[in-house]
Design a protein around this ligand. Structure first.
Ligand code: PLP
Length: 398
């Protein structure tokens, strides 16, 4: 009776979760483990945001909310969008969901039929292809490399588009690469998309505020494509609110209505207190975003130079998000002290975990082997110790 349905048959526990579970098991066994595996800011949710949620609960905002979000939050999102990105959507063009993840899921669930294609640039956030598969679509993965800054080029995009393409998904700043598309790069992609009017665009901009170069929203660069574009954003990363589960989508009304229809049969409106908290976050003092951004940038610099100093790991610069995606292919063919031979990125991360107790996620989890992802959203002391251990591990390889 509990046979898996076909649509979920191929979906396994993500490798990110597997890595954190392996690290947790080692910790329970008494090992000193540093896990740089998960993508979550280490800052607390700002106190005024927590207070706003508390006050909302005391005021009685504890009942069901409208499916697409509270009017107050949808209006505040439109205002924040105008302030930050220079365009102001109608509240009806905004849907609030249980995290940015549900926004993307809703979009696929509401629009994909069997055989419909979604173009993803690798390395990608692990959930994208799984969500496409669960929703019955087919991922068309376009690999990128360090030479293009892990960014999709106009030629590669043009070559991947077919008659069945429904969406291209862009993520800037990107997880796991930290890549940020410059306005001219977005414009060049927009030019390709102007010639493919059947293709929709999902721009996942959840890391907008963790960005060390000026951020450009795809919708700001190409307002003429707004009618087939879904912008994804939320409070999880920017305001250190991953557990509150509030994200949003901004897109044409018909798409938002279809996504609301899907959400209405899955989860209904997002949490009432979560929405009150998100409202306070995006409407209140924004100074903390710049302060936290500077802090993340310092940590990136520290880890990036330490990794490059190993001589075996090549770490390209990342301009946003809180990840590095270094190349570990120079370790291939080498042997770890316990005799394990490193032949791929997963061998590298497994041998490092075993030898030094540092947990990282292999690049294959993001569709681009030969690399690993390191999240630097951790305390400086942990990062410094992890870098020391990684360097020692590299030196120990023969
Ligand atoms: N998009 C990207 C690229 C992410 O890395 C994440 C979280 O890891 C999400 C979306 C999901 O965000 P949320 O926690 O708001 O669902």
């Amino acid at each position: 009776p509990f046979r898996r349905a076909t649509r979920i048959a191929a979906v396994e526990l993500s490798e990110i979760i597997q890595v954190s579970e392996a690290a947790a098991a080692l910790k329970r066994a008494g090992r000193d483990v540093i896990s740089l595996g998960t993508g979550e800011p280490d800052f607390p949710t700002p106190p005024h945001v927590v207070a706003a949620a508390h006050e909302a609960a005391l005021r009685g905002e504890t009942t069901y909310t409208p499916t697409a979000g509270t009017p107050a939050l949808r209006t505040a999102i439109a205002a924040a969008c105008e302030r930050e990105n220079g365009y102001r959507p109608e509240p009806a063009e905004v849907i609030v969901s249980t995290g940015a993840k549900q926004v993307i899921f809703n979009a696929f669930f509401a629009t994909l039929d069997a055989g419909d294609e979604v173009i993803l640039a690798a390395p990608y956030w692990t959930s994208y292809p799984d969500m496409v598969a669960v929703c019955g679509g087919t991922s068309v993965v376009v690999p990128t490399d360090a030479a293009t800054g892990f960014k999709l080029t106009p030629d590669a995009l043009a070559a991947a588009i077919t008659g069945r393409t429904r969406w291209v998904l862009l993520n800037s700043p990107g997880n796991p690469s930290g890549a940020v598309y410059a306005p001219a790069e977005l414009e060049a992609l927009a030019e390709v998309l102007r010639g493919a009017p059947h293709v929709g665009i999902i721009a996942d901009e959840i890391y907008q505020h963790i960005c060390y170069v000026p951020f450009a929203s795809f919708r700001t660069v190409a307002p003429d494509l707004a009618g087939r574009m879904l912008i994804v954003n939320g409070v999880s990363k920017s305001y250190a609110m991953t557990g509150w589960r509030i994200g949003w989508g901004i897109g044409p009304r018909r798409l938002i209505e279809a996504m609301a229809a899907a959400q209405g049969q899955a989860t209904s409106g997002a949490s009432s207190v979560g929405q009150a908290a998100a409202l306070a976050a995006i409407s209140g003092d924004q100074q903390l975003l710049a302060e936290r951004n500077d802090d993340f940038r310092d940590r990136r610099d520290m880890v990036q130079s330490a990794l490059n100093a190993t001589g075996l790991i090549r770490c390209a610069s990342a301009e946003g998000a809180f990840y590095l995606f270094p190349d570990c292919t120079a370790t291939f063919g080498k042997t770890a002290p316990d005799g394990a031979v490193i032949d791929c990125d997963a061998d590298f991360t497994a041998a490092l975990l075993s030898a030094e107790g540092v947990a990282l996620v292999p690049g294959r989890a993001f569709g681009l082997p030969g690399h690993f992802r390191l999240s630097y959203a951790y305390a400086r002391a942990s990062l410094a110790e992890a870098c020391t251990r990684i360097a020692r591990f590299c030196q120990s390889l023969t």
